[in-house]
Design a protein around this ligand. Structure first.
Ligand SMILES: Nc1ncnc2c1ncn2[C@@H]1O[C@H](COP(=O)(O)OP(=O)(O)OP(=O)(O)O)[C@@H](O)[C@H]1O
Length: 327
């Protein structure tokens, strides 16, 4: 693999007629990073990815890969490769011919093509399936072939558009671990579009959370989870309560909320509306007098020490140090 290069987006925008899908975003991704573009449907993740790939022209701004401005280069000359959600394998070609396809297009001789394709099949543990057709493979196997096919051009950056969304939950978690392993082994940059916050947290070195065509917050999963900048981030990333106080909105993690008996001092008074046992914790939903829902994740021992039931009056409290002021 060639030396991986850093990627920089400079005031990058995409407009479709009157719709601004991506609104002047600035982003720098260090070489060898696993980056997840995360956000709700329509926030501009795929448009950003397609502009990096060159499948979509930028309306404004620049895409710099290493020290080359690739904004106006065709996809094949950028040093990027894309893996699609549908895998897009050629149904009439065997697994090995699917993987070798890009090299054939580039006029590479047959022996070299076969050797490189075999190496990549080995990398994704698909060597025993080299002679099969795509229809004779499971979803997870098709995905491995699609990965091998994208990697054969030795990209500096692999772009993945919702790569796990077609898989069942069990396979999704298994393939998620494989993607991470592959990225670590290859040492190249992966940019992975997802709307799943759990997926992004599990995979990313860098989470880029988008909202309405802009970057709402970026950082390591722990930074974003522990220091959400806005109410949108706290809600989207989950596991937080967004609470309006007299001095503005704050976020408090569900596992940092404690429940005391009713009228036991400062806090938010409310009524328990739901109790769910979740194995490692008990989720208690409290409806405040103002009608807001608060979620508390109590450790099993803490719950057993002071159990609550639906209909109980409680006061939700938190340590001041656990309250994150939101913009
Ligand atoms: N080809 C297009 N023509 C017109 N509008 C488009 C086109 N592609 C995307 N859009 C619009 O641009 C905005 C961003 O779309 P984009 O596909 O980038 O979002 P996304 O975050 O990837 O969403 P999803 O998770 O649903 O794929 C949306 O409002 C979408 O409707």
């Amino acid at each position: 693999m060639p030396n991986p290069a850093a990627l920089e987006l400079v005031a990058l925008s995409k407009r479709y007629g009157a719709t601004t899908a991506v609104d002047a975003i600035d982003l720098r991704i260090a070489a060898g990073t696993y980056c997840c573009l995360l956000g709700p449907s329509g926030c501009g993740k795929s448009s950003t990815l397609r502009m990096i790939a060159g499948h979509e022209a930028a309306s404004e701004g620049d895409i710099i890969l290493g020290n080359q401005n690739v904004t106006d280069l065709p996809p094949a000359r950028r040093g990027t490769a894309m893996m699609f959600q549908s895998y897009a394998l050629f149904p009439h070609l065997t697994v090995i011919d699917n993987v070798a396809f890009a090299l054939k297009m580039r006029g590479v001789d047959k022996a070299t093509r076969r050797r490189r394709a075999s190496e990549l099949l080995d990398l994704v543990a698909m060597t025993p399936y080299a002679g099969r057709l795509p229809t004779q493979l499971s979803g997870g196997q098709q995905q491995r072939v699609a990965l091998a096919r994208a990697l054969i051009t030795e990209p500096q950056i692999l772009l993945l558009d919702e790569p796990l969304s077609a898989l069942d939950p069990f396979l999704r978690i298994k393939m998620r671990a494989e993607l991470k392993r592959l990225q670590r082994e290859l040492g190249i940059t992966f940019i992975h579009v997802t709307h799943g916050q759990e997926e992004a947290m599990a995979l990313a070195d860098l989470v880029v959370l988008m909202n309405g065509g802009r970057i709402e917050q970026m950082g390591s999963p722990r930074e974003v989870f522990n220091r959400p900048r806005t109410a949108f981030v706290a809600r989207f990333i989950g596991g937080h309560n967004v609470i309006d106080t007299s001095s503005g909105a704050i976020a408090v993690r569900a596992d940092k909320l404690a429940l005391r008996p009713a009228e036991s001092g400062p806090g938010i008074a409310g009524t328990v509306t739901d109790v769910e046992y979740q194995g490692t914790f008990v989720q208690v939903v409290v409806k405040s007098e103002a009608g807001e829902e608060l979620i508390a994740h109590l450790g099993e021992a803490a719950f057993d020490a002071r159990p609550v039931a639906v209909g109980d009056g409680v006061t939700a409290t938190w340590d001041g140090a656990e309250a994150h002021v939101l913009e």
